[in-house]
Design a protein. Structure first.
Length: 547
């Protein structure tokens, strides 16, 4: 796989911008459940291959005195399965690849020294609904509180034991709002499934109410909380007191402010390395093509190669690169010929990638200019133990020109190399963290193209810090391929529409109150007229609520 050349979130639990996703909420449910029953998971004996019905698989992790967990799963990748598992459990229906853990005969609470439970008089006999978490109620209350969740309209049985009373049960019916069902000295909290991952417990303090419903909770006190919710909507949140009272809290979240507007773009062009009369005498000279990593250009995505060919006639020929990666853009006598195909990411065999171009030659000297593109270093499991400096990028094998019908074939051997884009070497992106860029002759965007690499610059203004709840994004509509900087800091590389992302995160610590500068280098000739700033689609409004 390629090591990333730009960050993106891969649909992970936490997005690139730090926003919580539905996968995070699913992971939270699993984490709360595992923490609640860790004494079984850590100390129980695991048995596989227990008898199941109708294709269900069953295994169990059980302790001698502190209960067990029956894991029932449907291994079918396409079909739901309905079946019975145990006499004391109801019929179960599982979606493809779904797993349901039945916790049974498990004490609730934390064990003390010797493995005994301070609150061993209360525990879970069984729950037909998924359990989110369970805990002992804080002093002066007795019993436990068990949180279960399900779809609105479902009715499930929850059975607890209190001391020697093992059959105390309650039928809970799920609603669109959380409900509390008393069960002896204990409580069963029935949560709608969509709010299970949006249930927040205070990290410190037994008296703080449980908050149900927001996207996230920033501050969680006894009397107030700062929550994050979707902007521009009405929300019904809930607080659950230690006594068991549920209070509905209705709030109206404000709309997001209008995002900043970019100033008029201006552009500047690098020297034209493709021009036949360009003076490359100061470049690195090679007797044969060499990987640009070996030439000291391993940390930069771009490098230029130039070579000359003498032709006695005007002719069409086939130019072949026997070993090259990752992408070559070929110019002949200042005219772009085309770009090579991209090699596969996982090249286990290590076979060199090749490229072939059909070119036109004129009588006399013809100049080849190649923009080599390093798409990222590869590090797969088959390369463990090998240093990345062994990677090869650019041109590193024979280059030959074959003219059909002629009696000659040329080996192109005398090459020169210049690493890094000219604008980067000259600091056109600006000093890292600074709102200043060096003196560059920035021209109106309408200026005619004068070289393959064009740099573009725009500014925007912030009158206050950007809140982490509303990450600022840069949408690069209409662009080709290149690199993007914010206030001199590299935001990553773009490749539209080939690359995996279209918007780029502007980290809050990199933004300035006042002027901010966007600079980009574009290698495909596209113009930035359609670039715009926008808020992250997962943005939230931060609001304080009374509990």
């Amino acid at each position: 796989m390629y090591i990333q050349t730009t960050s993106y979130d891969y649909d992970a639990q936490v997005s690139e911008t730090g926003r919580l996703t539905e996968k995070w909420r699913a992971s939270k449910r699993v984490a709360l459940w595992a923490k609640t029953w860790k004494h079984i998971l850590l100390h129980g004996e695991h048995k596989r291959g227990l008898k199941g019905s109708d294709g269900l698989r069953v295994s169990e992790t059980a302790t001698k005195q502190n209960g067990g967990i029956l894991f029932v799963d449907n291994p079918d990748k396409e079909n739901a399965v309905t079946g019975h598992v145990a006499p004391y459990l109801p019929e179960v229906r599982l979606k493809p690849r779904e797993l349901f853990p039945y916790v049974h005969d498990a004490p609730i609470g934390e064990p003390v020294e010797g493995g005994k439970y301070l609150a061993s008089y209360v525990g879970l006999v069984k729950s037909d609904a998924p359990v989110l978490t369970a805990h002992i109620r804080p002093y002066p209350f007795e019993g436990a509180r068990v949180y279960v969740y399900g779809e609105p309209g479902e009715t499930k049985e929850v059975v607890l034991f209190h001391g020697s009373e093992r059959g105390q049960s309650v039928m809970v019916t799920f609603s669109d709002a959380p409900l509390v069902y008393p069960l002896g000295p204990s409580q069963v909290v029935a949560l709608p499934a969509n709010l299970a991952g949006r249930t927040f417990f205070a990290e410190n303090g037994d008296n703080a109410p449980v908050i149900i419903g927001p996207d996230d909770v920033r501050e969680h006190g006894d009397d107030f909380a700062t929550v994050e919710v979707a902007p521009g909507k009405t929300h019904s949140l809930f607080s659950l007191s230690t006594e068991g009272a549920i209070t509905e809290i209705n709030i109206v979240a404000p709309d997001l402010a209008t995002p900043p507007v970019l100033s008029e773009w201006r552009s500047a062009f690098e020297p034209d390395y493709t021009a036949p009369d360009f003076d490359d005498s100061g470049w690195i000279e090679m007797k044969e093509p060499t990987s640009m990593i070996a030439l000291g250009n391993g940390n930069n995505p771009y490098g230029w190669y130039r070579a000359g060919i003498e032709s006695p006639v005007t002719a069409s020929g086939t130019l072949h690169f026997a070993a090259c990666t990752d992408r070559l853009v070929l110019y002949v006598n200042g005219v772009r010929v085309g770009a090579s195909d991209i090699p596969p990411e996982d090249n286990h065999a290590g076979v060199p990638h090749t490229a072939t171009f059909e070119i036109e030659l004129t009588v006399g000297r013809n100049v080849l200019a190649v923009l080599a593109d390093n798409l990222g270093l590869i590090k797969g499991d088959w390369q463990i133990g090998k240093g990345q400096e062994k990677e090869k990028k650019g041109i590193y094998g024979p280059v030959t020109l074959n003219v059909p019908g002629a009696c000659w074939m040329i080996d192109v051997t005398k090459w020169r190399f210049q690493g890094t884009l000219y604008g980067e070497r000259e600091g056109w992106m600006g000093k890292e963290g600074s709102s200043l860029t060096p003196e560059v002759e920035w021209q109106p965007l309408t200026s005619p193209d004068s070289a393959p690499i064009r740099w573009c610059r725009s500014t925007f203004t912030l009158d206050k810090p950007v809140d982490t709840a509303t990450p600022l994004m840069i949408r690069l509509d209409g662009m080709g391929k290149g690199i993007l900087w914010l206030n001199g800091r590299n935001l990553g590389r773009f490749w539209q529409p080939v690359g995996p992302q279209e918007v780029y995160y502007a980290p809050e610590p990199w933004l300035h109150i006042g002027e901010n500068i966007l600079v980009l280098a574009e290698t495909e000739g596209n113009a930035p007229e359609h670039i715009r700033l926008e808020w992250d689609t997962r943005s939230a409004a931060a609001m304080q609520i009374a509990l």
